[in-house]
Design a protein around this ligand. Structure first.
Ligand code: GDP
Length: 362
């Protein structure tokens, strides 16, 4: 290969010719035996209903899979699990990176499990789409929970649009509930759109904040505070206690500016320390009171019904979009239309109309 660095004129380091690569890293490598055959939908459902975590994990993997052959079987499993789902407390947990989500989920989770039952921790991570790996819901981040026999931790599905990732998490909730998980935590990073997605699948939305970050009230701007059913200020320990209490007062007065919530519940603001495990029962007491409150006044069901309707339309939107963009004719037409638009040969509107007409076979 020609390297410009090896030119006689070039005064920097030369490039060595190196050695030839062997044809394969290990020519003796044996093909691994094929994975176990895919269980059928009924086998999966049977396993899930028995609380078999291996079957649950396999079903979740199918839900998350992008392979078309997995779609039908996963939908069948969800359909059959649906009548056994719904009996849980679904709690969304958000906060900026470093707010202490994983530390807190670890202790909140143990607190919940002390009261009996089982806990699933799921995640929606918008960044995983770009990084192809997810940071949320990672077992290594929740040390105590990850070894607990009654906890199931699943990182964020990593492929697809936020809408697609969120739908998969929602379907995973159904499977977990059918497997007997009566507490579901859905974690997300408080930096973007994903809070709205999480909010649309949980009963209680908990916003974790920290004092002294200088931007305590930034949640107001992004509309996240309006979604919160409870705001908790973490790291209320050591020298940070006063700052945390000050932030608590600020949040309380900021909440007065908001119109009353639809549920009639007044979002509370508490301080706690996830790391030193201070104030945990108080936070959980608030959440229990919320569930009592909305169960009695009927809002619990109103919210769940509305979410079910929302997800129906979300799924329609997503499938329509996918059907459109994955159509091979449309794909190639989009390429040429895009080139036309960029070269000013055609207006954006006219080009879009052409493509849509083709799709709808006008
Ligand atoms: P996440 O990014 O929101 O999941 O945050 P982590 O749980 O990873 O916590 C970020 C950092 O804050 C870690 O270094 C934690 O040890 C620390 N941290 C978490 N909770 C507390 C707390 O209650 N008090 C103090 N002082 N530090 C904490």
């Amino acid at each position: 290969m020609e390297h410009p660095e090896n030119d006689a004129q070039y005064t920097g380091l030369n490039v060595n010719s190196g050695v030839a690569q062997p044809p394969s890293v290990n020519p003796y490598l044996q093909r691994r035996p094929r994975r176990k055959p895919l269980p059928t939908a009924s086998e999966l459902v049977e396993g899930i209903l028995k609380g078999d975590v291996t079957m649950l994990s396999r079903a979740v993997t199918l839900v998350e899979s992008l392979a078309p052959e997995h779609y039908n079987i996963s939908q069948e499993v969800i359909e059959k699990c649906l009548p056994h789902s719904g009996k849980s407390h679904r709690i969304g947990i958000t906060g900026v990176p470093g707010a202490g989500k994983s530390t807190s989920i670890d202790v909140f989770g143990l607190h919940v499990l002390k009261q009996g039952g089982k806990l699933a921790v799921l995640a929606i991570d918008p960044s995983s789409e770009r990084t192809k790996g997810s940071i949320l819901g990672d077992k290594t981040r929740m040390e105590k929970l990850s070894t607990h026999p009654d906890a199931f931790i699943r990182p964020s599905p990593s492929a697809g649009s936020l809408g697609g990732v969120a739908r998969k998490t929602r379907e995973t909730i159904v499977l977990c509930e059918a497997a007997g998980f009566n507490n579901i935590f859905v974690e997300t990073v408080g930096v973007g759109q994903s809070e709205t997605a999480v909010h649309s699948m949980v009963d209680f939305f908990l916003l974790i904040q920290i004092a002294g970050a200088g931007d305590e009230l930034q949640g107001i701007k992004r509309g996240i505070m309006e979604m919160a059913d409870g705001i908790v200020i973490n790291k209320a320990d050591g020298e940070n206690i006063n700052a945390a209490q000050l932030a608590q007062a600020q949040f309380r007065s900021a909440l007065h500016l908001f119109p009353p919530t639809e549920s009639g519940w007044k979002p509370e603001v508490l301080t706690y320390s996830g790391y030193y495990e201070l104030g945990i029962p108080e936070v959980w007491d608030m959440i229990d009171r919320y569930f009592d409150f909305v169960t009695k006044n009927g809002y619990f069901d109103v919210r769940r019904n509305r979410q079910a309707r929302y997800w129906m339309y979300e799924t329609i939107d997503e499938q329509l979009r996918r059907h459109f963009y994955e159509n091979p004719e449309i794909k190639s037409m989009l390429e040429s239309s895009e080139a036309d638009v960029l070269a000013n040969r055609r207006s954006s509107f006219a080009a879009a109309t052409d493509v849509l007409d083709k799709y709808f076979k006008k």
